[in-house]
Design a protein around this ligand. Structure first.
Ligand code: CP3
Length: 341
């Protein structure tokens, strides 16, 4: 069965579309009261991620409520370290925490390249979502980039400096590569299984790209993203590397269709460098705190800057949880209105 709305896939392949497709990173989450209602009844975030019926329900909520042009499967990038042997906790109002972290070579010895079957609850959620979506819009699968996953495994959570993770690249580069290689291999199997379950497009999130110097970014991050892109040819791939403005030229050579831009990147300058890619983004999520009129203006300004280049409208990072859903709808409606040809 073909998709009723395939704008996202067409734009990703660089084909012309009647209007610009739009979705939001972190659209399935706390901005929606309907999400919070499901979430409140549970023991925690992980129960939601690990229960396919509930994960499917919150994945579809933004399609029904916000009328976005794609769903993104409800899960988290941290299921990968967990499958490799490093469990995480999601602490209310704080974020992820790893009780055990990777400090030494012997810590890496305790990990494994996970068999894709360890994450069967994600594929079950994808299958259920696909069937419930009934081909209305494409479903995006995702994973964290190896460097971002590595950072969480070494830091044990978020960090201001990422000094432990970045430090290991100087003090023990061979072990860093060993761990990155294990994460990469686990991720490739995981993404292939997501595609087999029905994911129509894959996005790779390199949330902490911007903390590395350019030479390290190439050696410890892009190299592995590139391996993932080369291993996956079944569906279009989007690479979102937050803060990696210094590596755009190299990203143009990745075997992927779309590059996600954060709000620091200038669309006009970026499209000259990334001339062979569809571009996704990149309105500042904080623009959605302004008035409805301002949001319309800012959205139009953004669309004008991408005019004539294959484009998927989105924010420059995930939508912030305290954003008014009506403002999100205003952004989405503005994209529909101003990009119609
Ligand atoms: O709508 C979607 O985008 C799908 C679901 C999704 C979640 N996490 C659900 C989630 C996706 C794509 C992610 C990716 C993710 N997770 C990233 C990469 C994207 C980015 O934002 O840079 C990262 C770095 C993580 C790790 C993570 N998970 C953090 C740092 C946090 C806490 C901070 C926060 O945003 O709340 C999470 C928790 C998390 N993941 C929540 C959701 C909806 C909120 C927790 C809750 O509902 O209790």
């Amino acid at each position: 069965m073909s998709l009723k709305n395939d704008l996202l896939l067409r734009a990703a392949r660089g084909e012309s579309t009647d209007r610009t497709p739009v979705w939001l990173m972190r659209q399935a989450g706390r901005i929606l009261p309907e999400y919070r209602a499901v979430r409140e009844k549970l023991s925690g975030f992980k129960e939601l991620v690990e229960t396919p019926e509930l994960a499917a329900e919150v994945t579809i909520q933004p399609v029904d409520i916000l009328e976005v042009d794609a769903a993104i499967i409800f899960s988290d990038i941290l299921v990968i370290p967990e499958a490799m042997g490093l469990t995480y906790e999601m602490i209310e109002k704080k974020g992820p925490h790893f009780p055990k972290t990777i400090k030494s070579s012997s810590d890496i010895d305790t990990l494994k390249v996970a068999d894709p079957s360890e994450l069967s609850y994600v594929y079950d959620a994808i299958k259920l979502t696909k069937s419930e979506l009934n081909n209305r819009v494409p479903l995006i699968g995702f994973a964290g980039a190896p460097w971002t996953i590595f950072s969480y495994m070494v830091e044990g959570g978020g960090s201001k400096t990422f000094s432990k993770a970045r430090g290991m690249l100087y003090t023990n580069p061979s072990d860093a590569h060993r761990l990155l290689d294990m994460i990469t291999n686990t991720t490739i199997g995981y993404l292939k299984s997501q595609i087999a379950a029905g994911a129509d497009l894959i996005q790779i999130f390199d949330s902490w790209a911007g903390v590395l110097p350019p030479n390290h970014y190439w050696e410890f991050s892009l190299k592995y993203i590139s391996e993932i892109c080369d291993a996956i040819d079944e569906v279009p791939i989007t690479v979102f590397a937050k803060g990696a403005w210094f590596a755009l030229k190299e990203m143009n050579d990745l075997n992927c269709n779309t590059i996600g831009l954060d709000w620091n990147m200038d669309p006009l300058k970026t499209r000259e460098v990334l001339n062979s890619k569809t571009l996704q983004g990149n309105l500042d999520p904080c623009a959605l705190y302004s008035s409805f009129d301002e949001i319309e203006k800012e959205t139009k300004k953004m669309l004008d800057q991408f005019e004539g280049h294959p484009h998927i409208a989105n924010l420059g990072h995930g939508v912030y949880p305290d954003t008014d859903p009506e403002k999100v709808k205003c952004f989405i409606n503005s994209v529909r209105e101003f990009s119609s040809r």
